[in-house]
Design a binder for this molecule. Sequence first.
Ligand SMILES: Nc1ncnc2c1ncn2[C@@H]1O[C@H](COP(=O)(O)OP(=O)(O)OP(=O)(O)O)[C@@H](O)[C@H]1O
Length: 565
Amino acid sequence: MNRVIATSGRPKGALWRGLGLRVLERIFAITPFFLGSLWLADAVSGREPALSLPLLGMCLAALLAGQMLCSYLGQMACFLGAYDLMIGYREQVIDHIGRLPLGVLQKRRIGHLAAIVTDDVKRVEEIFTHVAIDLVAAASAPLLFLAVLTWVDWRLSLALMVTLPMAIIGLNAARGFFLARGRTKQTLVQETSGLIVEFVTGLKTLRLFNQTAPWLDRLDRRFAALREISLGVEAWGGGSIQLYRLCLEGGLVSLLLTAGWLANRGALDPLAWVLFALVAGKLLEPLLDAAAFLTELRLMVLAEGRIAALRAEPLLPEGTATLAAAGEVAFQNVSFRYDDAWVLRDVSFRVGAGTMTAIVGPSGSGKTTLLHLLARFFDPQAGAVTIAGRDIRTLDTQDLYRHLGFVFQDVQLFDGTLLENLLIGRPGADEAAVAAACTAAYCDPFLARLPDGLASRIGENGQRLSGGERQRLSIARAILKDAPILLLDEATASVDPAAQYEIQRALSHLAQGRTVIMVAHRLHTIRHADQILVLDQGRILEQGRHDDLLAQAGLYAALWREQSR
Ligand SMILES: Nc1ncnc2c1ncn2[C@@H]1O[C@H](COP(=O)(O)OP(=O)(O)OP(=O)(O)O)[C@@H](O)[C@H]1O
């Protein structure tokens, strides 16, 4: 809880005020029993009662009103405090995810991340809105009254509470096992949600490849495992709580036996007994309720642990420098690995400002990784990537991205209108600029076909557009962004020859006057590049212009011959 409060950074006054009121509510709830027994004691002993009957009635009514008022105000204050706290907490979690290295986001399952941001954060919220407050309120007032009861008759108090340590020890013993199982269950739940998201998003491919049945089998096996582990959690969690309740209720039996024994020996004050008989049940009630809150609290603690682990995921060091202008891009002895194996080894090259460099090479040679390093999806383990002589790690990320434009293979679009998607490139761009970008990116033909033109909705991730249209839209977006350095990744890979031709022309428009680094598969599109880097197993094998590389008769010449055939 401390960690959540510290993370949130919001004032917690309302929460403490609410907690105080909830404790007061409990005190108001039990006080009438004490007043009643005091009054009874006076009445039975023939003394003039300290409180007259009407006054007692008024006191009881006032206590009831106080209880209701504290309950209402306490709940309100707790809710307000808790929701305010959670606004801060949510902001921090989302902010952290927003600043995670792009490579980390790529690695994580979307379903997994979504479950943390929605389910887990909701669970933590419940700690503050319900569970913890109820738990503290439930436990604090009985402790106070136990002190008074002990003052009235310590022997009966002892008898009532003798089983409490046993109950707590039992509950604690099951805690480790419950937490371990709970953790396994939660991991399984998240993996299963990730799998379901993957299943739903990939359903088209799975059906085309007739792979729906094996996937459903896989999901069924997950559900069965989930059922198994859930039963285990319930058995241990539920079982240990039943044991705790049984132990606590054993306190009532012990109270009865002790009272009988004391009465036999003539050592029981009947009035003390009346008080215990009235209050004992009320005293145990919140402690019994607390057990139910404890199970929830444990699940929430697990959820908080997962959020904390996500928040502990290191961010890339953030620089503060800004670029006056984007100049030459350079890789200096860059080596990089995702896991154990090196994907790029000692890569060095320079891309002059305003020139075009193409990266070619066999599949898996590290071409995309190279672009991703320039876009700071990750930082290299050795060497440096520089722009205008500055290590990009020293740059403010926002400033870095201001200088970079991207057209990647997996075009990401949002569920909105075409215009909204375009304006991501340059928010606030005027109509003329948008129209010019669309024309330069060859979007006009398909815009003309859409009934609402730029106001047409494109569906989730642009489902209503074809592959070529999506590519051209992303090129228009990059044109609008007008960044001096352009990163292109296989922009022509997934479309037919006619669309490829249009995309190529759109790209030529986009490339004019910019520094371009492009991963290319179709070698004829890069014949005029200022420089071609041929990557093989993470190393630059050949480097030069098209004609020079052909003359070298190496890997590039072999790839060219193969494609020309
Ligand atoms: N996120 C990742 N985690 C671990 N390994 C990765 C990751 N991305 C790529 N790799 C591995 O790094 C190597 C280089 O991948 P990369 O995508 O850079 O190659 P590429 O030359 O662009 O390939 P292609 O032409 O097929 O797209 C491959 O062996 C790949 O399996």
